[in-house]
Design a protein around this ligand. Sequence first.
Ligand code: GDP
Ligand code: K
Ligand code: MG
Length: 267
Amino acid sequence: MDTIALVGNPNSGKTTLFNAITGSNQHVGNWPGVTVEKKEGKVKYNNKEYNIVDLPGTYSLGAFSEDEIVARDFILKGNPDVVINVIDATNIERNLYLTAQLIEMGTKVVLALNMMDEAKAKNIEIDLDKLSKELGVPIVATIASKKQGIQDLLKSATEYINYEKMIKPFTYTERIKNELESIMPLLSDSEYIYPKNWLAIKILEKDKEIINYIDKNGTENLKNKVNEIQSIDSDLELEIIDNRYNFVGDILSHSVKRPAEDQLSLT
Ligand code: GDP
Ligand code: K
Ligand code: MG
């Protein structure tokens, strides 16, 4: 059975959407080894049954909380066939930071642009086509609390399972690009359970889970490189965060218009 995972910031409407999709066909358990709640359900679409997994609400996919680690491990190791990223359309700048990380991971992701009723009430204009093209992800507008857009979302997500992934190459700053180029060759002489591009970024971010993982599974050359990077007191991780915000900000400047007073309150 194909699996669809839901991921998004807290309060983006993820649970409401999960309930709208699965109805009463759901159950709650726990993720192994942690106290984080695991919600799973099933939905039938086009005569086919799909497994739906609701991942913990999270702003980021770092290693700073159990929720973040559960979410990213499931996306990278649980092999979902497609991921639905639920976005609060009234808070799109902040919400897309997570999207940027999903794109960076190489995830096959569909955006559910939720709370479209509230975005409309706030006169936020979103050019869905432009946003979709520039992000390189299919987007469906939803109002989960009114069960609107659910069928379109299921159509988009289930069809995407059989399509090639849309590719939006991330552009990094010169310094990050150079650092990545120095790590990539060291990753090529062994097999890892994580995508190599993503591992290289996490090494530069000094992600503690990944540093541990490399410590156990990496080649000597890679371990030496990781130690070297950790001993340099650089602000590379901040530059990587900035890089993601710039990627998102640039795209939003072409595709989202807010009323003037709202723009002022953002600064
Ligand atoms: P989660 O934290 O992402 O699981 O978010 P919830 O599903 O708990 O939703 C947070 C709040 O937003 C709840 O009060 C929902 O009823 C409400 N909500 C969810 N989707 C929508 C929507 O599309 N429009 C509006 N106006 N409210 C919504
Ligand atoms: K909530
Ligand atoms: Mg929830």
